[in-house]
Design a protein around this ligand. Structure first.
Ligand code: NDP
Length: 251
């Protein structure tokens, strides 16, 4: 059972008047989430490292009649505190508030035994999957506080809830992601209108999944666009009471 109420369906304009920042918006789950948020009326800020992919999503959103999105080029492996604070400063000139933040961008890192994991790959995995999410959250909190009911979603994984051999820094980064969610949720509970949750997508047919499981036929797993109800629900006011939870998008 997923966490979405059984009879819940997003209505037209479910996310109207909301502005949502999606990291890793150019491909896979982030791309599908950006398209779904726009379909239900949100203005989407598309953050990612490959501009051509972000431009393609931008065009798709306009083609489906969505609100004009914004492209935010950023390589989270190389972006630090100062750049993210500057980005928040720039956004605050044009945006009165930020209603949603989907931390989706991640890398797999080394799929090797820990004994053979390179320190450089370990650091890069932690940087993209955890450190950048921490710094981006910190930078965006003032804008999120301006929204009447903001939602932060951290993207987790099954291996972030139970460790598994050869998932290395990726698994450890997802445990840290859960920790980041829990600490922030506990800090904000009762004093803020921001809700904070983690979402494990389950197995989804994306480039990351195909890299992690090269022998698996791709269509074993659903395409990201088939699963977007969970992401839309978590960004909609329908989930305003869902806070501090580690959620699963699939049974
Ligand atoms: P993909 O690899 O298909 O897409 C990841 C996206 O993140 C891409 O757009 C990629 O950009 C972007 N990204 C990667 N590194 C950076 C970086 N340094 N800076 C900015 N953007 C970056 O992954 P998925 O869509 O499969 O995964 C999305 C999330 O879901 C991840 O957090 C993943 O851990 C999680 N997840 C996925 C599962 C699955 O089965 N697919 C299962 C469990 C969890 P670019 O396009 O340029 O490569």
């Amino acid at each position: 059972m997923t966490f979405i109420p059984k009879d819940w369906r997003p209505r037209d304009g479910e996310l109207g008047d909301k502005c949502i920042l999606v990291t890793g918006a150019g491909d896979g789950i982030g791309r599908a989430a950006a398209l779904a948020f726009a379909k239900y009326g949100a203005e989407v800020l598309l953050l990612g490292r490959t501009e051509a992919k972000l431009e393609a999503v931008y065009d798709e959103i306009l083609a489906q009649g969505g609100t004009r999105p914004a492209i935010v080029p950023a390589d989270l492996a190389k972006t630090g505190h100062d750049e993210l604070q500057a980005l928040a400063g720039e956004l605050s000139h044009s945006l009165p508030k930020l209603d949603g933040l989907l931390h989706n961008a991640s890398i797999l890192g080394d799929r090797k035994p820990l004994a053979q994991t390179s320190a450089a790959k370990w650091h890069e995995t932690m940087q993209v999957n955890v450190n950048a999410a921490f710094m981006l959250t910190q930078a965006m909190l003032p804008l999120l506080e301006q929204a009447p009911s903001a939602s932060i979603v951290f993207t987790s994984s099954g291996v972030g809830r139970r460790g598994r051999a050869y998932w290395g820094g990726y698994a450890v980064s997802k445990f840290a992601t859960e920790g980041l969610m829990q600490v922030l949720a506990d800090e904000l509970g009762g004093i803020s209108a921001i809700r904070v949750n983690s979402l494990n997508p389950g197995a989804v047919n994306t480039a990351m999944r195909r890299t992690a499981y090269p022998a698996e036929p791709p269509h074993t797993n659903p395409d990201p666009s088939e699963l977007m109800a969970s992401w839309v629900f978590l960004m909609s006011d329908s989930s305003s009471q869902v806070h501090g939870q580690a959620l699963n998008a699939q049974d």
